[in-house]
Design a protein around this ligand. Sequence first.
Ligand code: SF4
Length: 399
Amino acid sequence: MTAETAEAERIVKDAVEAGCIARSEAEWLAERIADSGVRGAMMDGAAESKRMACGDTVTVSRNVFIPLTNLCRDRCTYCTFAKQPDSAEAKTYTLSEVADLVRGGDLTGCIEALFCLGDKPEIAYRSYKEWLEGEGFRSTAEYLVEGCKVGVEGGLLPHTNAGILSVAEMEALKPHNASMGLMLESTSPKLRGKGQAHQYAPDKDPKVRLRMHEEAGELRIPFTTGMLIGIGEDAMDRVDTLFAIRDLDERHGHIQEAIIQPFHPKPGTGMRWASALPDEAVAGWIALARLVLGRKIQVQAPPNLAPGLLEQLLHAGVSDWGGVSPVTLDFINPEAPWPTLRELRDRTEAAGQKLVERLPVYPRHLVQPEYFAGEMRERALTFTDDRGYALPRGGLEAS
Ligand code: SF4
């Protein structure tokens, strides 16, 4: 064993016992994450931290993905989701189409209606703004409230990720959502610079995104966030992003999960020639996320973005596979099919853990009524077992 591996083991052991890691020590590990001995110590510690947080439970949310509109005012250079209004693939769902998707989700045992859409397209596209006005809405956020109501009426629990929302917009959405989310992505301001991934994406300004996270905390909204890795940020930027997430939860207590999502180059995008992080680096960053975020925040990795890596990700402290849909594509990463729930269960069990279906909100927040408005908490509780996870709705075997 090298001296560095021994030091990594000491740091990780102390961090796991304390429940989380000090920033200087996280930085020390981050600088050496390419060292397999250091990374191995991090992963062992992260696995132990995860076990202390939630035993052998690994969660998943069976969802229907509703991309209410794929128009977006931003232009991130890695994105294939957003389309221009004149594209044959541009699509805004009518409320009756939303109802059809919700019905499909309900029939296949889904609980979550995931509303994921572009950011304020009405600012960029006059034709869309006019369409919205013709339907009687001043903004996408107003239209989204009606979409979420359709989701609730169809028997599902909405989770909204609609980009940057104002306090008033989040307040209007709260009674119709079990939780909401926004990927923090990165706290690095340099990504907005010339030639960088977010140059033409004003809503990706880290200050704007941090502010919405703060406001969601003040509004007591169970919140999903996350870090996108490999879009031009460096190791210290990633550490900074993880500590920003931890700091938000320490002050507000609303961060339910952090998605650690690796960038994948996509044909037709500005970053099509950029390299994705190697698999072992992804596992290392997930381990560091677990060590930084401690035991209250769930660490999520999308299983369709690393299908060959699931066992390594579990060893790195992943506690949640996110949303997996039996009826709809991952519209953000359409090239990456979701595994079936059966495959996910089998591989999770083969790694010595147990797959458990959850709601779009976790037990941690379900027991706190202030995190819900209107009838949402009562609705959510009708789906839960005595631990706050999902009662069977068709069972995993159905998938
Ligand atoms: S990544 Fe999100 S914000 Fe960026 S262009 Fe795509 S849909 Fe818009």
